[in-house]
Design a protein around this ligand. Structure first.
Ligand code: PDD
Length: 288
């Protein structure tokens, strides 16, 4: 069965799915995106993802390409047509196709929308989480509006590549003052020796991750305290547990930072507990 993508109102074979060469996403990274987890046949936290999409679009003054209700149907349909039970759904909206010019195109130019879905093996993810991952740190070099989920991800791409070449799984952006911003595609958390969960406040310095928000709900349910504040790399290296959150990994334990073992070199009980109840706490939208 061929993979199917949704492109500007049509379901097309994935291998033929394309946008025009003068799409502003292609030429200027003038667009935004969302990635939602699909688990056990449900879209996880769709309302929060679409609320964040709405915010990203407003911040950049890009219109909705279609109604929210129609977008939800298209997302579900792409998941369904690709027989995805566990995996992710990706959607991208750009300012549309117009002759190359930095200023916004005429008002009649319609935003472009692309939706794809792909399977992932939950067992492979669980196996990774059982071991934990290693990360390297890189100096923050992104623009100030990383709270907007734009497709302009070149620093993130370079950071991830640097991690790979260093034999690590991921990279964290560190501010000039030594505080931890976030991962190349995730938010960062520590568990202090007093069992307090700490993650950076969601100001304009990080993306307000949907998984991050739901993990705050999970912590409440588990009776854990959460502090949203700056923390330094030194504090992370000394923490009881370290983990990262994103729609593609949920809570992923970190056991090594810049080649030094952290958190005893093993995933911790709090991270495990969060992983175990996350799906129950999250919003679930049926796809089949
Ligand atoms: N990335 N910070 C950054 C820079 C991200 O790119 C992401 C997500 C997150 C976590 O957000 P959420 O919990 O909503 O997934 C934080 C997605 C998964 C990606 O680019 O593939």
């Amino acid at each position: 069965m061929p993979r199917i993508a949704y492109v500007n109102g049509r379901y097309v074979k994935h291998r033929d799915a394309a946008v025009h060469v003068e799409d502003r996403g292609y030429q200027f990274a003038d667009g935004v995106y969302e990635v939602c987890e699909v688990a056990r046949g449900f879209i996880v936290d769709m309302t929060r993802h679409l609320d964040r999409l709405d915010r990203s679009l407003r911040e950049l003054r890009i219109g909705w390409p279609m109604s929210r209700a129609a977008l939800q149907i298209a997302m579900t349909e792409v998941i369904r047509r690709n027989l995805v039970r566990d995996g992710l759904v990706y959607l991208q909206v750009t300012r549309g196709v117009a002759p190359r010019d930095h200023v916004f195109p005429a008002a009649h130019v319609k935003p472009s929308i692309v939706i794809t879905a792909k399977r992932a093996d939950p067992r492979a993810l669980a196996a990774k989480a059982e071991k934990g991952i290693s990360i390297i740190t890189v100096r923050e070099n992104r623009w100030e509006r990383v709270d907007i989920k734009t497709v302009g991800l070149l620093p993130n791409v370079l950071a991830r590549q640097q991690a790979k070449e260093a034999g690590a799984h991921d990279a964290w952006f560190i501010d000039a003052d030594g505080s931890v911003k976030e991962g190349a595609a995730s938010n960062v958390w520590i568990v202090t020796k007093d069992n307090v969960l700490v993650t950076r406040q969601a100001d304009t310095g990080i993306l307000r991750g949907i998984t991050r928000t739901t993990v705050i709900d999970v912590a409440r349910k588990l009776g854990l305290s959460v502090e949203e504040r700056d923390f330094s790399l030194a504090e992370a290296k000394d923490a009881k547990e370290v983990f990262m959150t994103s729609a593609t990994t949920i809570a992923m334990p970190v056991v090594s930072i810049d080649g030094h073992s952290v958190a005893n070199g093993h995933p911790g009980a709090t991270t495990d507990a969060i992983r175990a109840v996350f799906f129950d706490v999250a919003e679930k939208t049926r796809t089949h």
